[in-house]
Design a protein around this ligand. Structure first.
Ligand code: PEP
Length: 249
């Protein structure tokens, strides 16, 4: 059966010392967690190697990776570098990468391929912006993000994908999708996966919700049958609140 997952995306926050303290606190609280959710943190690149050393029950993710394997790509970080410091996951296609760094589905598909070939698991982010929802295009947008970003994979490859539905209008805004809106879209995503890869793979795929998920609303979001956890931004920067979300199952 599919895993429950709560993943914290720290974005460009914390200097090294603060990051190490936060990771240590999250790991310590996670040793006493009351849910069976897998706990993941995605700190900035600069912290990954040292943070890995303080983690026992918490898994490590990167927030991004290069779209090339190695070589003359100044400033980029490759999947093999991430693997070499103990990362197990890579967030790919976050809306901030799509919007500010112009990462389109073709680039993201390359990143997904590289991530899988390094033995890492992509947390593949999809979601519509507000004008798209208002124009009732949100299902079409999500459908094409899946089709162009991950549906080129073989069934065996796809089994390593975690999907994160993050309506862009809910990210960092304090406006959370309602439990009904989240369930409706997650059910749709699972049905798209089922049409492409079959019911068994769809039933085993973890689909996370992201967008202003916090300690106070995680329970009602996670109570939905197709919501398998969360990708958490702001609330992942406070160890106690992050663990409150982990324990919301
Ligand atoms: C995110 O950036 O993935 C996110 C969900 O952010 P926040 O929880 O702050 O809305």
């Amino acid at each position: 059966m599919r895993q429950k997952i709560v993943a914290g995306n720290w974005k460009m926050n914390t200097v090294y010392k603060d990051g190490l303290e936060l990771a240590t606190a999250v790991n310590s609280l996670a040793t006493k967690k009351t849910s069976d959710a897998v706990v993941i943190i995605a700190p900035p690149f600069t912290h990954l190697a040292e943070i890995k050393k303080v983690l026992s029950v918490v898994k490590l993710s990167a927030q991004n990776c290069a779209s090339e394997e190695s070589g003359a790509y100044t400033g980029e970080v490759s999947v093999s570098m991430l693997k070499s410091v103990g990362a197990e996951y890579v967030i790919i296609g976050h809306s901030e990468r799509r919007a500010y760094y112009h990462e389109d589905n073709a680039i993201l598909a390359k990143k997904v391929n590289l991530t899988l070939s390094a033995g890492l698991k992509p947390i593949f982010c999809i979601g519509e912006v507000l004008p798209e929802r208002n124009a009732n295009k949100h299902f079409d947008i999500v459908k094409s993000q899946l089709a162009e970003g991950v549906f080129h994979l073989s069934p065996v490859e796809f089994e390593n994908i975690v999907v994160a539905y993050e309506p862009v209008w809910a990210i960092g805004t304090g406006v959370t999708a309602s439990p009904e809106q989240a369930q409706e879209m997650h059910k749709f995503i699972r049905s798209e996966i089922s049409s492409k890869y079959g019911e068994k793979i769809a039933a085993n795929t973890s689909i996370l919700y992201g967008g202003s998920c916090k300690g106070s609303n995680a329970k009602e979001l996670f109570a939905n049958p197709d919501v398998d956890g969360g990708l958490i931004g702001g609330a992942a920067l406070k160890a106690e609140e992050f663990l409150q979300i982990v324990n919301a199952f």
